[in-house]
Design a protein around this ligand. Structure first.
Ligand SMILES: Cc1cc2nc3c(=O)[nH]c(=O)nc-3n(C[C@H](O)[C@H](O)[C@H](O)COP(=O)(O)OP(=O)(O)OC[C@H]3O[C@@H](n4cnc5c(N)ncnc54)[C@H](O)[C@@H]3O)c2cc1C
Length: 428
């Protein structure tokens, strides 16, 4: 006998945003039998905030930005001219509310709870990504996916006690990490033997961490999902019916994409698109930068993914380039690329990996992390029937994308998800 669902045909979802989160959402929905239309203002998936990110699948490094230490260091970071953090106050109620929620989240019990929730979402993300890549032959090469491990280097010996406590705590959550001395650091990554910028005191080694090119992964997932792609087509508004249900996305030019479910996965632009409905998701853009440099001496460039804790910079090898990324600026939606920031990234590569890269053909980039005050993304239903959100992944959008896509798709199916959805529910 034919089921009513089969008679009616598959349900149709319109996913707005083909960044890493939207592309993964399209794939998760298609896997569950939905017909999907994936819309983006850019001409290709993964060209927004995912394009030049740090490429880290940081499954064991999920501590939010809002911690008591961050609060304590904030005045120092804000006053130093070359500080990795910058804040420009903005005369908006939503900005003030975001800041007050950020300060409220800077308490260890909140940090611990958030970290537990993010570790669980990250683990689901790892499982989902691995399953998807295994089903797509050639995908690891196409996305430059490697599991070379991550080494976080510390130059201040006094940081050791705090790091030990954190690692002990994370062990209970299944994270296998080891503190290693300076000699072991150089054995794990010989390219650090010539490193400048002060002696390395110790490192934290996580063998299971991975690297992947977010933009390539977004293209792969968007294509593999079989979604109808509407690229180069900005959505200008959401359309509601007389009963208040969100029923369509209206593109520039007036064309409407009608669907049973509309999913907002537009990164930081989610806020502007939801505003006309009266929704105020607490998502602020936190700007960062990266530069990808050609590797000219293979042995001098790292194979392992390296985070320099003091400078708050991550280094990842992607094909024949070394990408270094960092900085966190709460300064609004500006996409200006100040040469001083890119030079600071290049200088760090010169010092940390002397001779590894050429600086003649750099690929500089800036992006806006769509950040919530707590660091937890917003994933789930909204108070408007038909409208769902998957946004606000902050500094962990690549890491959490496949897990939050899976979580949202399960919620849309009415299935029990693998992670606790209450931690990620949509507010505002
Ligand atoms: C410097 C830096 C380094 C980072 N490093 C890492 C890292 O190493 N690991 C990690 O896990 N995360 C990292 N991140 C965070 C990560 O890049 C983001 O969290 C992630 O890219 C957000 O993905 P998204 O799909 O939500 O947003 P996006 O990638 O921006 O996707 C949203 C899409 O929506 C589209 N869109 C917007 N408005 C409209 C509209 N009106 N109509 C149609 N389409 C629209 C945009 O064009 C865009 O393609 C980093 C971020 C930065 C800035």
């Amino acid at each position: 006998m034919t089921s009513p669902t089969a008679l009616a045909g598959p349900r149709h979802a319109c996913v707005i945003g083909a960044g890493i989160v939207g592309a993964a959402t399209a794939h998760a929905l298609a896997e569950r039998g939905w017909r999907v239309t994936l819309v983006d203002a850019h001409a290709q998936p993964g060209r927004g905030e995912s394009l030049g990110n740090g490429a880290q699948l940081s499954y064991s490094y999920v501590e939010p930005l809002a911690t008591p230490d961050a609060l304590k260091n904030l005045p120092k970071w804000l006053l130093l001219p070359d500080s990795p953090l910058r804040w420009r106050p903005q005369p908006r109620f939503s900005h003030a509310r975001w800041l007050s929620e950020f300060v409220a989240a800077c308490q260890w019990p909140t940090v611990r709870r958030t970290s537990e929730q993010l570790l669980s979402l990250a683990e689901e993300s790892r499982r989902t990504l691995h399953r998807w890549l295994a089903a797509l032959p050639g995908s690891a090469e196409a996305t430059r996916h490697t599991q070379t491990g991550k080494l976080v280097i510390y130059r201040k010996p006094e940081a050791l006690a705090g790091v030990q406590r954190q690692i002990e705590w994370q062990r209970a959550w299944g994270c296998a990490q080891a503190i290693v001395g300076a000699d072991e650091v150089r054995r794990l990554e010989p390219a650090l033997a010539a490193t400048g910028g002060g002696p390395i005191a110790f490192g934290v080694w996580t063998a299971t961490e991975e690297v992947i090119d977010a933009a390539r992964l977004a293209v792969l997932l968007a294509q593999a999902s079989g979604a109808t792609l509407r690229l180069g087509r900005p959505v200008q508004r959401l359309v509601r019916d007389a009963a208040g249900r969100v029923v369509a996305a209206e593109l520039a030019g007036g064309e409407r994409i009608e669907a049973d479910a509309i999913v907002m996965a537009a990164g930081p632009a989610t806020v502007q698109l939801l505003k006309p409905l009266g929704a105020r998701p607490p998502i602020e853009p936190i700007k960062g930068y990266s530069v990808s440099l050609p590797i000219v001496d293979d042995a001098a460039a790292p194979r392992v993914s390296i985070t320099d804790n003091g400078r708050k910079l991550v280094h990842a090898r992607l094909g024949d380039r070394l990408r270094v990324a960092g900085f966190a600026e709460l300064i609004g939606m500006s996409r200006v690329l100040p040469p001083a920031r890119i030079e600071a990234l290049c200088q760090s590569v010169r010092e940390t990996f002397p001779g590894a890269c050429s600086f003649d053909d750099p690929q500089p980039w800036t992006g806006l992390r769509p950040a919530t005050p707590s660091g937890r993304p917003q994933v789930g239903a909204t108070r408007w029937p038909g409208l769902w959100v998957n946004a606000g992944h902050g500094a962990l959008g690549l890491t959490l994308s496949c897990g939050s896509a899976s979580l949202l798709a399960d919620l849309m199916e009415g299935r029990e998800p693998a992670v606790d959805p209450t931690a990620f529910r949509v507010t505002g």
